[in-house]
Design a protein around this ligand. Structure first.
Ligand code: ADP
Ligand code: MG
Length: 277
């Protein structure tokens, strides 16, 4: 289970603190397929980066299977991420000097897996790329590159896959292919998937939806679903949700003097999953 407790993010914008994620609490039970939707700049990538431990919150805690990742040192965090989280980015982040096969196999070899090679082959087969294994990223289409990135994200069979607009750079046919794969991974392996997309239509295939606006979650169907499973009528919940709507919550003023450069590729490459070439 992924749990966020009063997680917020404030960055410095010039000399002014800017809250890009207001205090947010939520739980994502294991095996859920959650879509995070909302306009550009609403905080979707920020939220995903915090769940992945690629970025640190300004306040609050992030728990992955009851472990508070905000309290882990770099090594432990990298290890936990390596074991539990696969990440897929909008811009693929493949290593250009490695073939598709190597992009998948090398991180596993570095992690010391004995069966890295056959596993990489199986994963590439799973994403339908057997025939392209020895091509370099520059020789692959965007859709194919994203499938390599997906295979790499699955290398350690992580219980959680986080995908930040994985179809954002693809034409609709390739986008659909990636979504189909995500859906197959979810149903076949029981993987928890958190998919960021600005496309509400794509979000329709998910079990639950988080809608963000201006750094707040303005709709969360996760709660509705779990209550639904407990037999609580949706109409009852809708009423309560409206009463308990804290979207005007004024907290989240805590500031951090650090400007977390979440998009800094060095930070991304610094994770165990993406060794430098
Ligand atoms: P989304 O993924 O929904 O488009 P982001 O999470 O990337 O939104 O960003 C939310 C807001 O926070 C945006 O306005 C963005 O410009 C701002 N932001 C994100 N990271 C930083 C940062 N390191 N410094 C300053 N502003 C940031
Ligand atoms: Mg984003």
């Amino acid at each position: 289970m992924i749990e966020l407790r009063e997680v917020s993010k404030t960055v410095m914008s010039g000399t002014e603190p800017l809250t890009i994620l207001h205090p947010l609490s939520l739980q994502i039970p294991h095996g859920q397929f959650v879509a995070v939707v909302g306009p550009s700049g609403s905080g979707k990538s920020t939220l995903l980066g915090l769940i992945a431990g690629l970025d640190a919150p300004s306040s609050g805690s992030v728990l992955i299977d009851t472990v508070d990742i905000t309290r882990l040192d770099e090594d432990s965090l990298a290890r936990l991420r390596g074991e539990k989280v696969g990440f897929v980015f909008q811009f693929f982040h493949l290593i250009p000097s490695l073939t598709a096969y190597e992009n998948v196999a090398v991180p596993m070899e570095i992690a010391g897996l004995d069966d890295a090679r056959p596993r990489a082959e199986r994963l590439l087969e799973e994403v339908g790329l057997t025939g392209r294994a020895h091509h370099y990223p520059s020789q692959l289409s965007g859709g194919e590159q994203q499938r390599v990135a997906l295979a790499r994200a699955l290398a350690n069979d992580p219980p959680i896959v986080l995908a930040d607009e994985p179809t954002g750079n693809l034409d609709s046919a390739n986008g659909r292919h990636i979504l189909e794969l995500l859906r197959k991974i979810h149903s076949g392996r029981g993987t928890t998937i958190v998919l960021v997309t600005h496309d509400a239509e794509l979000a329709a295939i998910a079990d639950a939806r988080l809608m963000m606006r201006d750094g707040r979650v303005v709709e969360n169907t996760l709660t509705l679903r779990s209550l639904d499973k407990l037999g609580v009528a949706a109409s009852d919940v809708e009423g309560r949700r409206a009463e308990g709507d804290h979207s005007g919550d004024p907290r989240g003023r805590s500031t951090s003097s650090l400007d977390y450069s979440r998009d800094d590729p060095a930070l991304v490459d610094g994770s165990t999953r993406e060794p430098r070439p």
